[in-house]
Design a protein around this ligand. Structure first.
Ligand SMILES: Cc1ncc(COP(=O)(O)O)c(C=O)c1O
Length: 394
């Protein structure tokens, strides 16, 4: 073992001691509701495929058709010869969905945040290190983007508009460019940022508001357009409610053009492959017409939240299709996840550093493919899990 490897091993050992070591579980999925592992089937409550689109025949059909017609790879980055004529109509659809003049499709949502923020926050272009006000619970990919740009984030308390206001006021006399970064729906909490109030502050303080709409697009907002309407720049992904893969940014033509020229994730990465683009294209056609599915998912989540709080579980401030059950210690979350697994229910535990220390949880996510009986089964299993513990505590 090399010296560096023994350090890596020590890091793994420390993680294991703290109940934080992770491993990859091999799973088989044949539909949006059931997942298979080690010869057993489970109801999957840990997928971001909120509309069940990844198995939709329209997406599969167009992916196959575009693979057969255009090949399975783009062959080059978009600035070389990978900018297939498939991109422009898709980008027009994304811009229309997000009500912005333009959009740019790139690789994953992670890469979009990491690469786009790096480019947008570039101090050499902006003339000074920008002031970046960021929600404390923003997704890791946003931090990567800020780190890559070398900016220090001014982090405000989660969804706390007064704290954001105070921070903005503190820097009132500072004429550096300002940005506010937030998610719309927070991925691990399922709560919604107070976007109207944040947008008001952004206008008052002449800050550019960048919203990651990953967990709202497709599933929330009018016609599934998400919640980012007041943002100057929207970042998102096709890998959640849209069922496929890929990321995008929606903004003005100037921002798009700037990113084509300055964003490493666009310039130095092969364009998305045609079958992936086919699935995106078909999802964008379907999403505006999926109100019934959106209502079904909202009802399932509401039923679950009501049932979970009735048995004394802490579902935080969730109001969306993502419902956490906050348990505290990583071991508690792991153990609860393991016991649900024995009952045929797949609910992955989420531990630090993905969530703050002391807030390890189960993250329950609902999809249009779930049935009411699935929710009741999960609640039954949780109440048998949870009830004895409450009795013991008394
Ligand atoms: C808020 C948020 N932004 C970005 C991403 C990354 O998107 P993708 O999975 O497409 O890389 C995620 C996914 O975990 C997310 O939750």
């Amino acid at each position: 073992m090399t010296a560096s490897e023994s350090r890596y091993q020590a890091c793994l050992d420390a993680r294991a001691r703290e109940g934080l070591r992770r491993s990859l579980a091999a799973v088989a999925a044949r539909d949006a509701r059931i997942i298979g592992a080690e010869g057993r089937s489970y109801i999957n409550f840990s997928s971001n495929d909120y509309l069940g689109l990844r198995f939709h025949q329209a997406l599969i059909g167009r992916a196959i058709e575009w693979a057969e017609t255009y090949g399975v790879g783009a062959g080059a980055s978009r600035l070389v010869t990978g900018n297939l004529d498939l991109f422009a109509p898709i980008e027009a659809k994304v811009a229309h969905l997000k009500k912005k003049p333009a959009s740019l499709v790139m690789a994953s949502g992670f890469q979009t945040n990491a690469a786009v923020l790096q480019a947008l926050l570039d101090r050499n272009v902006l003339g000074a290190e920008p002031l970046v006000f960021a929600d404390r619970l923003n997704h890791a990919s946003m931090h990567f983007g800020c780190q890559a740009a070398g900016v220090r984030q001014l982090r405000y308390r989660h969804c706390d508009v007064s704290h954001l206001g105070e921070l903005l006021s503190q820097y009132q006399g500072d004429d550096r460019p300002r940005f506010i970064l937030t998610e719309s729906v927070f991925s691990m909490d399922g709560d919604i940022a107070p976007l109207a109030a944040i947008a008001r502050l952004a206008r008052e303080h002449e800050a550019c508001l960048i919203v990651d709409d990953a967990h709202a697009t497709g599933i929330l907002g009018e016609g599934g357009s998400g919640l980012s309407g007041e943002a100057d720049i929207v970042i998102g992904t096709f890998s959640k409610a849209l069922g496929g893969f890929g990321g995008y940014v929606a903004a003005t033509e100037t921002v798009r053009d700037y990113l084509v020229n300055r964003c490493g994730g666009v310039i130095y990465s092969t364009a998305l492959p045609p079958p992936v683009l086919g699935a995106i294209d078909a999802a964008l056609d379907l999403v505006p017409f999926m109100d019934a599915e959106r209502a079904h998912v909202a009802n399932l989540a509401e039923r679950f939240r009501a049932g979970a709080s009735a048995i004394g579980l802490n579902t935080g401030a969730s109001t969306t299709q993502i419902v956490p059950i906050v348990l505290g210690a990583p071991e508690a979350a792991l153990a609860m996840s393991g016991r649900l697994r024995q009952a045929g229910l797949w609910v992955t535990s989420i531990r630090p550093p993905t969530v703050p220390p002391g807030t390890a949880r189960l993250r329950v996510a609902f999809t249009a493919a779930h049935q009411v009986t699935d929710i009741d089964r999960l609640l039954d299993a949780l109440s048998t899990e949870h009830a004895p513990r409450r009795v013991r505590a008394m």
